[in-house]
Ligand binder design. Structure first.
Ligand code: G3P
Length: 217
């Protein structure tokens, strides 16, 4: 499963990219606001930090303007994935951009039928929001399972990009289902490596090693 980080904070992106574990980045208008940065500038900077796809979201609601925005965003760098909302205008724009060879990430997906439409529109990625689904009493991961089944039934190339990830169990369940990508907040990525028994075991090994009085270097 590919790991994207869900942030526009370039410090977090640089730190995680240096681990070699990062496969891409997703942003959205709320994350851009949180960064306090100029949108086009920070997206260009992020696209220069990571090799993988960097999602940058359009903000128009109509197809004509959304398409112009998408083409402008795609021109920033070869690894830009243009994000469009799961609306009829978003799907029309996805179809047009995809036919131009542009990577499109269709976002704000909350049903399997929506995901089916995005695949038919040629999306490179579909972003079902599991955390927000859970927040209103639905099972976000059941949605991922349904999309996985549908995409496998028809061999769609669209990659399932699990979004609105809130904790390590979302990542685990996404991997067990066979999602292609999870876009994960930086602090959740860091939590994935943590386990108290690992810490305890390492402490014990180093204590016993110290008792040998030996050195490797
Ligand atoms: O990429 C979508 C993600 O940023 C939304 O997350 O926690 O605002 O639902 P959240």
């Amino acid at each position: 499963m590919k790991f994207f980080v869900d942030t526009a904070d370039v410090n977090d992106i640089r730190e995680l990219n240096d681990t070699g574990l990062l496969d891409g980045v997703t942003t959205n208008p709320s994350l851009i606001k949180k960064s306090g940065r100029d949108f086009l500038e920070v997206v260009e900077e992020i696209a220069g930090i990571v090799d993988g796809p960097v999602s940058a979201e359009t903000v128009a609601l109509d197809h004509v303007t959304m398409l112009k925005e998408g083409r402008k965003l795609a021109a920033i760098a070869d690894n830009i994935a243009v994000k469009v909302p799961l609306t009829i205008d978003g799907l029309k724009t996805c179809k047009a951009l995809a036919s131009d060879g542009v990577m499109v990430n269709v976002t704000l997906c909350f049903s399997a039928n929506q995901a089916l439409l995005a695949a038919k529109a040629g999306a490179a990625f579909i972003s079902p929001f599991v955390g927000r689904h859970d927040d209103v009493g639905f099972d976000g991961m059941a949605l991922i399972e349904d999309i996985r089944t549908i995409y496998d039934n028809y061999a769609f190339d669209t990659e399932i990009l699990v979004a609105s990830v809130r904790h390590p169990v979302h990542v685990l369940e996404a991997a067990l289902i066979g999602a292609d990508v999870a876009t994960i907040p930086a602090d959740v990525i860091r939590k994935l490596a943590n386990h108290p028994l690992t810490d305890k075991g390492l402490e014990g090994f180093l204590k016993d090693w110290a008792a040998t009085g030996q050195k490797i270097l």
